[in-house]
Design a protein around this ligand. Sequence first.
Ligand SMILES: Cc1cc2nc3c(=O)[nH]c(=O)nc-3n(C[C@H](O)[C@H](O)[C@H](O)COP(=O)(O)OP(=O)(O)OC[C@H]3O[C@@H](n4cnc5c(N)ncnc54)[C@H](O)[C@@H]3O)c2cc1C
Length: 489
Amino acid sequence: MGMEIPDPISIESVGTWSDEVDVVVIGAGMAGVSAALEARASGASVLVLDSGGRLTCTSAMAGGHFYLGGGTEVQQATGWDDSPEAMADYLGLMSPECDPAKISAYAEDGVEHFRWLESLGFEFNRSFYPEKAVVQPGVEGLSFTGNEKCLDVAEVVKPTPRGHKVPVPGDTGGAGLVVGLALDKLDALGVEVRWETGATAMVVDGDQVVGVTWKNYDHTGAIRARSVIVAAGGFVLNRAMLEEHAPDLLAVESNGMALGNTHDDGLGIRMGQSVGGVADYLDKVFVTGPFYPPGEALRGIVVNKLGKRFVNEDSYHSRTSAFVFEQPDREGYLILDSATMVQPSYRFQPLVDGWDTIEEMEQGLGIPAGALAETMAAYDEAAARGEDPEFHKAPEYLVPLDQGPWGAYDLTPGKCFYAGFSCGGLRVTVDGQLLRADGSVVRGVYAAGACASNIAVDGKGYASGIQLGEASYFGRRAGRRATAEVAQR
Ligand SMILES: Cc1cc2nc3c(=O)[nH]c(=O)nc-3n(C[C@H](O)[C@H](O)[C@H](O)COP(=O)(O)OP(=O)(O)OC[C@H]3O[C@@H](n4cnc5c(N)ncnc54)[C@H](O)[C@@H]3O)c2cc1C
């Protein structure tokens, strides 16, 4: 596994084809199954390849938040007003780098996409979970999963929950249920998913992609396809690519976990590059070491090694973590007093120590004398008035931290456990068509999911559910567009 970009194979050098189909899909995760279902529904003959086995994809590990809105049945049943415009405003604020056309489409089609997901054979619970959580422990269908309630955001866009959870309790397995249902449906429609068969290179006719080569243990072959959809996941498991593009993710090696499956090696991205496609934001990552739940932990303050705050502590967990990674020596501490002290539920952060005075705490954390005392005095004074003029933390989390003794949890990577995945991927149109640097389309090839760059640009703007939401939504669009192009040729 490395950085190699596999040379495309010329059509003339392919002797025989193992299969000839309208659309071949590389990858049977959330993006791939969605693309395959829509391509089939649009009348195409479809074949899906996957290097792994049934439900070994990253999607199958996921908790199962889908970021959906615009007035879904769950939002309506639980009394939340939403509109495509409000959803687009929020996503635009969080992902300003994203093509606004993609955000508008995703928001406009939010309710239709919600219904399409349910049509696979499950129902999101019509209930709301009000607590601050990473993933709600139960099966409540809706919760806030991003930065919507942070005051700096809420002043611009009305806070509305859009994290829809698949009705599977706990932190994992929800999206596995959805992909499993989609695979069953593909089976019922006669679409073959060929497991343990990895795509290895693009087959080209001039500048057009016309198929892929594949490998299954000792067997190899080539598939002729009018359209190829790459849905092969991200690159969090490819060390060479991380070193080159996304070194922040190396932090998960020393103490943490890569959020991915063994085939998250970036080959799909590199296959796209092999035919002239470009990739965007490969340096952007999602890293997280959540210190909530419990939500009460957000009453503390987070400071760097200089004793300065740098983020509103009630941010979404990957936003806080992204800011920790930007601090001097990446040092960060969560400070609580005796009245607010709680144990972070995931226990990712070691407790550094407890101290009777702020001066001792400064010494214990190696913070310059007086710096933390100054930060805390200013914070306490404003918090007593229910305000946070510097970072706009919401009033529900504002209390003066003046009840010693004090304690600090270590948020520094290496000491704190961080999990992460890559965010960047192939540059594509709203319909998943692969783009060159000059903006032209590479004919015959599409990309969706974690190997493409869509709405999830980085951890600062991310909300739980955007990856699965965009993988399924833009996967569907790619499936439809690929089939429409087949019909035109
Ligand atoms: C523990 C965990 C929890 C998460 N929770 C959430 C959540 O709640 N909400 C959310 O939005 N996101 C969540 N994520 C992120 C999300 O799961 C992924 O971003 C998303 O599943 C990516 O979907 P995908 O279809 O692009 O990739 P995948 O699901 O990884 O599918 C890609 C498939 O391609 C196959 N493949 C790779 N290379 C090849 C090749 N060369 N040839 C053939 N096949 C190939 C792989 O075997 C794999 O099956 C979570 C991730 C983890 C690990």
